[in-house]
Design a protein around this ligand. Sequence first.
Ligand code: GLN
Length: 294
Amino acid sequence: MDRWEWKPATVGEALQAAVSFFTQSEIPSPRLEAEVLLAYGLGVSRAGLLAMLRDQLTDAQQARLGELIQRRLTGCPLQYITGRQEFWGLDFAVTPAVLIPRPETELLVETALALLGRQDRTAWIADVGVGSGAIAVAMARERPRLQVLATDLSEAALAVARQNAKRHGVAGQIRFARGDLLDPAIDAAIRLKAVLSNPPYIPSGHIPSLQREVAGFEPKLALDGGEDGLDLYRRLAFKAGLVLEPGGFVALEIGYNQGEAVSSLFAAQGFRDIGLIRDGQGHDRVVTAVWPGG
Ligand code: GLN
């Protein structure tokens, strides 16, 4: 933006200006983002915002909206500014310490629920690299008899996940533990019915070429899967075999081109019935594998 002129008199003028700034910076859904951001800045819903387009802005409101818009124009994702993202129909708190939950990850939750069936007995599952808690909270809500062991290396991420578990009434079903992958399960000798994870899977060298919203703002810890992107799957395939019950399974999100490689890694560790599930765009997105045990 060479000239930043920000003197909107009304809510409607502010909205128009925001849409035009976002369009010029090639933000993908400029109108939607402008509405969400201005509604947030004025403390109203989107419907509320659209009902007040003729209202005059106070100087303080004008300044606040200008700051929010400039922050978004630096590339900061909308969700880190508003502090929220919807997942599985639930409103999750997010901070820059956690990956913003993606709609594709709902496929992982659906897949895990289908494999578990009704699950009316008590059992443990793990969510490895819990981040915001999206997967753990969705699973706990859907299957009230499940106990979820939620691990992460990041204490800041665990704090966000705890907050989301409380917000959605499932704090009593989730045990949070700081640690590498499944180490907290191994240390506490917890046998798991399932291991779920959306681990970091981007090859290190590709991170700089991701969208600036992702590369510049989301946590590297949640993205960087090592040189070929597969480090975490290699280590998980080994550790999952130590803690899964016979007949237990893993369900993991993967990058769009990692289906074959991740399947082979789990097959090589003795897993059976490897499954690959495609997302709405036709890309491999979830791998499942069953631990025979013994
Ligand atoms: N889905 C994220 C992206 O597209 C990556 C998440 C991950 O590494 N688990 O950037």
